[in-house]
Design a protein around this ligand. Sequence first.
Ligand code: PRP
Ligand code: GUN
Length: 125
Amino acid sequence: MREITFPVAIDYMSVSSYGSSSTTSGVITIKQDINIRSKHVLLVEDLIDSGLTLQHLGQLFALREAASVSICTILSKPSRRLADIPIDYCGIEIPDEFVVGYGLDYAEQYRNLPEVWIVETEEQQ
Ligand SMILES: O=P(O)(O)OC[C@H]1O[C@H](OP(=O)(O)OP(=O)(O)O)[C@H](O)[C@@H]1O
Ligand SMILES: Nc1nc2[nH]cnc2c(=O)[nH]1
């Protein structure tokens, strides 16, 4: 955000589908919402995996008549994609591993780790 030099409002949504699991439930729950009607939206994600979260938000934002929607993500797992999401700005493409740290959680733990780590989950064993 520090690189954006024109006037911009910053707001936050909280959207969840993984909960305490390392696989998506497929049910996208909005825990905190925002108003985007008639606005140009740059949606900033930490990670795109199946793409289902952003597919859902893209449809929702279209219904809510956003002026435009662009997508930016720090991490992307292209090999996991179930929904074809057009990513406008992508940081790093990563392999099919469940990762935590740098804000990413596993069952709400590890968000505080300053780096991104690969988790070996019980579900994988
Ligand atoms: O591309 P997808 O397969 O939809 O996954 C991407 C989403 O998964 C993570 O949130 P998550 O649903 O894990 O939030 P939670 O930990 O609060 O459940 C991440 O922050 C993305 O929003
Ligand atoms: N923490 C975390 N959440 C995810 N949601 C979808 N994929 C991932 C992942 O690799 N790590």
